[in-house]
Design a protein around this ligand. Structure first.
Ligand code: NAD
Length: 418
């Protein structure tokens, strides 16, 4: 075994980020590494950090709060260098974003093995994780950032589309036409929600504290429009619901304030909201903005006193989730979108947080039980025509699957390649 990293890790991830220029994966049919296995891993890692794909590439953050592709820029450079030199019968071992060894294996072994953010049970707490992260000893990998298979918001779009299609069916409807969905969090994954709802024919209001996230979704064709005026946003989506039209509107605001206000309006009969969910980065209290903190002050406030910030974020999540339960009590379909907000709200002092279900048991597990999804594939060439070819092959393989056909037709017309 050899060790590919001799450089000391400082634990500071954004060193030299600005001087190196944007990361962009090689494209086309020529290899730069010694095998296609290593080339694929390298292109995927680099593509994860392409500014077109990553949410905050300068910090190595791909998506999902602080989900990173590599622990530091030194570690990133060492990974790329090692993949270029890796023999076709060798395997690279990556420990929480840092390359730690190369083994002689065999041609059919995995070219890369990755383990991220593992802590022994009794030490698996945020304060201990952050202590180790600060020392440069670990990294948060989320699900697809640290495994280098994030491909932008497009990667989660079909799953989100299927989830909302299942919500429509659970309401006895063929589509979401004539319904209004309220959600929050327009980040790397959550940003798929507005397009998933409109592809299902519905109207949707999506709340995010950070205008730049909503701006990005509009630029990428995932969101129709956005505003910071609640009255104007509500009027637009209510009109679309009444007309049975598909429309997505973003609202710049804090969900912990906006959701309770919209619940009051629903009780007053002016906000006919049918479906409620949320995809803020609630799994990490430092990635959820509490009421009373501005986006500009966010990073410093979280870094200077993480314990206080966590307590404030959890109190805000309690208000946010209490409003979601209020919508359910008033007859709306409400579900958690996998971000642990119910648990965090409970820690924030709200005891009915688990009154509504999670999206996996409610909508996704039944689809998997039928043998549908999850699917994700990538053309390493970077050529959209190669994706079109695989789409055609899938359509020929499953000629009787109407939902799949509808998805392939609509996605082909609507979804911009990232
Ligand atoms: P992200 O960090 O890219 O985006 C989160 C967004 O939430 C940001 O745009 C942020 O500005 C916004 N936000 C934070 N606090 C807010 C507040 N108080 N009010 C309004 N907006 C606020 O994260 P992501 O990749 O979009 O993932 C979102 C969450 O969904 C994560 O917790 C992730 O683990 C979870 N998740 C998603 C799926 C899925 O299939 N889509 C599955 C499992 C888990």
């Amino acid at each position: 075994m050899t060790s590919p990293v001799d450089a000391q890790n400082s634990g500071v991830v954004n060193r030299a980020a600005s001087s190196r220029g944007p990361v962009r994966a090689p494209r086309g049919g020529e290899r730069t590494a010694k095998s296609w296995g290593a080339e694929a891993a390298k292109r995927m890692l680099m593509n994860n950090l392409d500014p077109e794909v990553a949410e905050h590439p300068e910090d190595l953050v791909v998506y999902g709060g602080t989900g990173r592709a590599a622990r530091s820029w030194e570690a990133y450079d060492a990974i790329v260098r090692t993949l270029d030199e890796l023999e076709p019968d060798e395997t690279l071992l990556v420990q929480s974003g840092k390359p730690v060894g190369v083994f002689r294996t065999h041609e059919w072994a995995p070219r890369v093995l990755i383990a991220n953010a593992n802590l022994v049970g009794d030490w698996a707490t945020w304060p201990e994780f952050r202590r180790l992260e600060q020392l440069g000893l670990t990294m948060y990998g989320q699900m697809t950032a640290g495994s280098w298979i994030y491909i932008g918001t497009q990667g989660i779009l079909q799953g989100t589309y299927e989830t909302f299609a299942a919500v429509a069916r659970s309401l006895g409807r063929d589509s979401l036409a004539g319904t209004l969905t309220l959600t929050a969090g327009a980040g790397g994954m959550g940003g798929a929600q507005p397009l998933a709802v409109t592809l299902n024919g519905g109207a949707v209001l999506i709340v995010d504290v950070d205008a730049s996230r909503l701006e990005r979704r509009v630029a990428h064709g995932y969101l129709d429009e956005y505003t910071d005026d609640l009255d104007a946003a509500l009027a637009r989506v209510v009109a679309a619901r009444t007309a049975g039209e598909a429309l997505s509107v973003g609202l710049v605001g804090n969900a912990a304030e906006v959701f309770p206000e919209l619940l009051r309006r629903r009780h007053a009969g002016t906000a006919p909201i049918d479906i409620v969910t949320d995809q803020t980065s609630a799994h990490d209290p430092l990635a959820y903005l509490p009421i009373g903190v501005s986006v500009a002050a966010w990073k410093d406030a979280a870094a200077s006193d993480p314990e206080d910030f966590t307590a404030r974020a959890r109190a805000s999540m309690a208000a946010h989730v209490a409003a979601m339960v209020g919508f359910q009590d008033a007859g709306a379909a409400v579900f958690d979108y996998g971000n642990s907000i119910r648990r965090e709200a409970e820690l924030g002092g709200y005891d009915r947080a688990f009154a509504f279900p999670g999206f996996v048991p409610a909508y996704i597990r039944p689809l998997f039980a039928e043998g549908r999804g999850p699917f994700r594939w990538v053309a390493l060439s970077g050529d959209p025509d190669d994706i079109a070819k695989t789409d055609r092959a899938v359509a020929e393989l499953f000629p009787d699957d109407a939902a799949l056909r509808r998805w392939l037709d609509r996605a082909g017309d609507t979804v911009r390649f990232e």
